[in-house]
Design a protein around this ligand. Structure first.
Ligand SMILES: Nc1ncnc2c1ncn2[C@@H]1O[C@H](COP(=O)(O)OP(=O)(O)O)[C@@H](O)[C@H]1O
Ligand SMILES: [Mg+2]
Length: 132
């Protein structure tokens, strides 16, 4: 059961509803509730939740591709790994918009490993532009 964090959730909602793209860096000590907060915020919004690991860029792209393609992306029919990050994020956006044409997109990355080197957790949200 998720408890509290009203202020933090309001902050994320404000960013989510703000015009244009938004980048939020969320950081704090281990087990303080960063990942849980992001999950709670994403609840009910079309989203793909992906946690980065400390691996090479190529491996990261492969893992991100797999995560996206498992999330019912239309590209899953013909692609196993996206050629580059731009292609991956285009597919990400497409899958979100397909889920809900009025959807805003949310991207987040988090550090899941208990003993991984300390790094900030990041979350980004951006509103779908009406011209697209
Ligand atoms: N607001 C909350 N309400 C209830 N449980 C929470 C809350 N925030 C975190 N937790 C629990 O505390 C533990 C650590 O939270 P987590 O989000 O994994 O921390 P972090 O990502 O900062 O390392 C998890 O078991 C999580 O379910
Ligand atoms: Mg975490």
């Amino acid at each position: 059961m998720f408890i509290g964090r009203e202020q933090e959730l309001r902050f994320f909602e404000d960013k989510y509803n703000a015009p244009g793209g938004q980048l939020v860096v969320l950081y704090g000590r281990r087990r303080i509730g960063k990942t849980e907060l992001l999950h709670e915020f994403a609840k009910g919004k079309p989203h793909v939740f992906y946690s980065c690991r400390e691996i090479t860029d190529g491996q990261q792209l492969a893992a991100f591709s797999e995560r996206l393609l498992n999330a019912d992306s239309p590209a899953a029919k013909y692609i196993s790994v996206f050629a580059d990050w731009e292609a991956a994020f285009k597919a990400f956006r497409q899958s979100i918009v397909q889920a809900s044409p009025q959807a805003k997109t949310v991207a987040s990355s988090a550090q899941p490993k208990e003993n991984a080197r300390k790094k900030p957790v990041q979350a980004a949200s951006g509103r779908k532009r009406s011209s697209q």
